[in-house]
Write a protein that binds this ligand. Sequence first.
Ligand SMILES: Nc1ncnc2c1ncn2[C@@H]1O[C@H](COP(=O)(O)OP(=O)(O)OP(=O)(O)O)[C@@H](O)[C@H]1O
Ligand SMILES: [Mg+2]
Length: 433
Amino acid sequence: MTSRRSSSDHRTTPGHVSPAPSYASSQLTTSSRPNPVTAAAKSFAGIFSGCFSPPESGNSKSLGDSEEFKSSSTVSNASRAGSQRGRGSNRGISISSYNLIQGKEPGIVKFTMEEIFQVTRNFSPSFKIGQGGFGAVYKAKLLNGTVVAVKRAKKSVYEKHLGVEFQSEIQTLSRVEHLNLVKFYGYLEQGDERIVVVEYVPNGTLREHLDCIHGNILDLASRLDVAIDVAHAITYLHMYIDHPIIHRDIKSSNILLTENFRAKVADFGFARQAPDSDSGMTHVSTQVKGTAGYLDPEYLKTYQLTEKSDVYSFGVLLVELVTGRRPIEPKFELRERITAKWAMKRFIEGDAISVLDPRLDQTAANTLALEKILELSLQCLAPRRQSRPNMKRCAEILWAIRKDHRELSASNFRSLSTTSQRSTSIKDSEGIK
Ligand SMILES: Nc1ncnc2c1ncn2[C@@H]1O[C@H](COP(=O)(O)OP(=O)(O)OP(=O)(O)O)[C@@H](O)[C@H]1O
Ligand SMILES: [Mg+2]
């Protein structure tokens, strides 16, 4: 059985990204494109020059710090000065000035340790739902009945560098609100405890669904919906808030699904404010952070962070969505180990179908959508950030792909049912004879 949302579930992102009707689906049809495959192939050689293959565990829950780039982040003095110029007063906030944010953000609750102990039954293992680089995650019910996820920082992590990271997460979470971003309810900062309380998203991570851990196969229509939700969330972070935010850790284990298979992007621990284009900044200098396999090679080389690093990670995520494979698959033979590299090569050679997740049907609609999604991935994975589309454009393209996919699926379904009706009536008439 496949999980599928109702086709009538036309989703928009209220007040944020409204796909214009002009997203001509023909923009992506094979005939109309100015041979992007050849064009992209020219620059392809450089795409993965910065890739590396550290070991990645099969189980996202067991990922430890050692597997990821979680060194503390520093902004160069020049960048820091630049980032503070002309920005809001909640820049560079220290713990001591934190109450200022509280005053400005009336919706944020500052929890007490007693409340947290009470709702998590003293961090009972039976309430624990996950473990990540930040620490343990617990499911809890607040006194007002709201079901939440309580993220408790590991002490060892906090001792090293979490102070900055925690503040980063609080600042970011408090400023954003979008249907496709995990909602922030409150936090606790007391002694060496650092806790964030966020919306509980009940249906597991995207990675778990691609692994079929929940039993059902996520069909391509649902995967396209997820991609669009994520694109909307990131577009919002990049373009529709006062001080744009670069997520920096877009990956399938940071995408949580609701019961209706709507996607919510989580984990803003690494989020960084985007360069301030008003003051002429083109990038923020920072030590590399993110997760192996999703990292923008240009960022890795130069430490210069822009929104396009998120676009690169999104390109990796798109490949993950259509292939079902993790970005790095250490168990596969060398040429298939870096999934995006392998898939792009096959796509350029005209053999896209060979990378389709074997769990998905090779229907005409799926095959066409696969090619178009890989074409978009190729653009997102361009070695130079200038050649990558922005997230808004990605959302528009995906919207058009979904429209074509729905239409083709419906027409195939219609012709199939007509054929089966015809064969039934032939059988009936044969029966009469
Ligand atoms: N808001 C939430 N609602 C429901 N489950 C959650 C929520 N946040 C996290 N989880 C669960 O807890 C697990 C660990 O989450 P966490 O964000 O700490 O780590 P991660 O995303 O797996 O890795 P990383 O630390 O690299 O981000 C997730 O995989 C998910 O299963
Ligand atoms: Mg996470």
